[in-house]
Design a protein around this ligand. Structure first.
Ligand SMILES: *Cc1c(COP(=O)(O)O)cnc(C)c1O
Length: 356
């Protein structure tokens, strides 16, 4: 599986076809109790779990066939260094639980200044009260040698960046976004290298972190079409980005595939593509005055999250403690699967409201 192209992996990885039944997809097994043939069988399964061995589950919280399929696919996609994967009830739980696996009172934990907002709040409101020294750093700074590291790779997906290949220990995705892809579930997933996997696995299990089989099934189903969805949305995004750059109201667009973007060099070095989420910075005269534009949109939904089939646009907000921000004249756009012509027409009619 590891030698196949990503497009093929998305279709085939994790699919353990059972010739007896013949179904293309894994079953969804809803389970708390798992019954065992004998005491010996029961203890074998418990020992497998304790040793982080990929055995049969001893209890429903360890997941079922859909979990197995999804984990196997995620490990394939994240590359040869992926040793284990675990799903969580939300993307946020997937970003916070790996931190509990390594961060202790007295530790110095470094967070990129551009970190996902709720993860910043977790660091400030939970980790600091536990005696952890939390520091935010400019995203341009490099990881120091030997530091245990976790990256939130939701924006790039494993298609466009594979952090484990670059020496990162843990990669987290809000599966809620591109992986699930249909705005109908919340889920997170962490994929770990061999060094950190036992600690992350034990922390997830001890904290009682589990994702429901129905959600995991949907996330796994989402993977099969993620390649075409993301590529289509990114192509539309590129057109929309270039259209926006020509608009007199727009100062700049933040999308790393643009040569003018401050992150372009790093993106070009490490990434193989850009997805359909970007930010638009308006000229200073529109500072704090973007609501009429946002409210006039008809196709773009005003709502949180992104990565679904539908386009969304929200005013930006948040905190930066290291670098200055332009949040009060910035919007975030997530381009979906609609025709880019229709989306551009919608933006055009809404921009008229801004000038009026
Ligand atoms: C949405 C998001 C999360 C959290 O996912 P939820 O499932 O909404 O909790 C984490 N990281 C990034 C980058 C996100 O966009």
């Amino acid at each position: 599986m590891k030698d196949l192209d990503a497009a093929t992996q998305l279709v085939h990885a994790g699919r353990d076809w059972d010739p007896e039944w013949g179904y293309v997809n894994p079953p969804v097994v809803r389970a708390s109790t798992v019954l065992h043939k004998s005491c010996e069988d029961m203890m074998d399964r418990v020992h497998d779990e304790m040793a982080c061995r990929d055995g049969k589950p001893c209890y429903g919280s360890y997941g079922g066939p859909a979990h197995k399929a999804f984990y196997s696919a995620m490990k394939t996609l994240e590359g040869p260094n992926a040793a284990g994967a675990w799903a969580f009830s939300t993307g946020l739980a997937a970003t916070t639980t790996p931190l509990f696996a390594f961060v202790r009172a007295g530790c110095h934990a470094l967070f990129s200044d551009s970190i996902y907002g709720p993860t910043r709040e977790f660091a400030e409101q939970i980790l600091r009260t536990m005696g952890v020294d939390v520091e935010f750093f400019d995203p341009a700074a490099c990881r120091r040698h030997g530091v245990t590291s976790v990256i939130d790779n939701t924006w790039a997906t494993p298609l466009y960046f594979k952090p484990l290949d670059h020496g990162v220990d843990m990669v987290v995705h809000a599966a809620t976004k591109y992986i699930a892809g249909h705005s109908d579930l919340l889920m997170g997933v962490v994929v770990c290298n061999e060094r950190v996997w036992p600690a992350v696995y034990r922390t997830a299990v001890r904290l009682g972190q589990a994702a429901s089989p129905d959600d995991v099934y949907l996330a796994y189903r989402g993977l099969h079409t993620m390649g075409v969805r993301v590529a289509h949305a990114a192509k539309s995004a590129e057109r929309i980005v270039h259209w926006l750059l020509e608009r007199p109201e727009v100062e700049t667009v933040r999308w790393p595939a643009l040569e003018s973007d401050p992150s372009h060099a790093i993106w070009k070095r490490d990434y193989t593509g850009a997805t359909s989420l970007f930010a638009v910075v308006f000229r200073p005269e529109y500072d704090g005055r973007l609501a009429p534009f946002v409210d006039a949109l008809k196709l773009f939904g005003r709502g949180y999250s992104w990565g679904g089939y539908e386009s969304l646009l929200i005013p930006s907000y948040g905190t930066r403690s290291v670098r200055e921000n332009t949040f009060s004249r910035m919007v975030r756009i997530a381009v979906g699967l609609e025709s880019p012509d229709d989306l551009i027409a919608d933006l055009e009619q809404a921009l008229k409201r801004l000038r009026d």
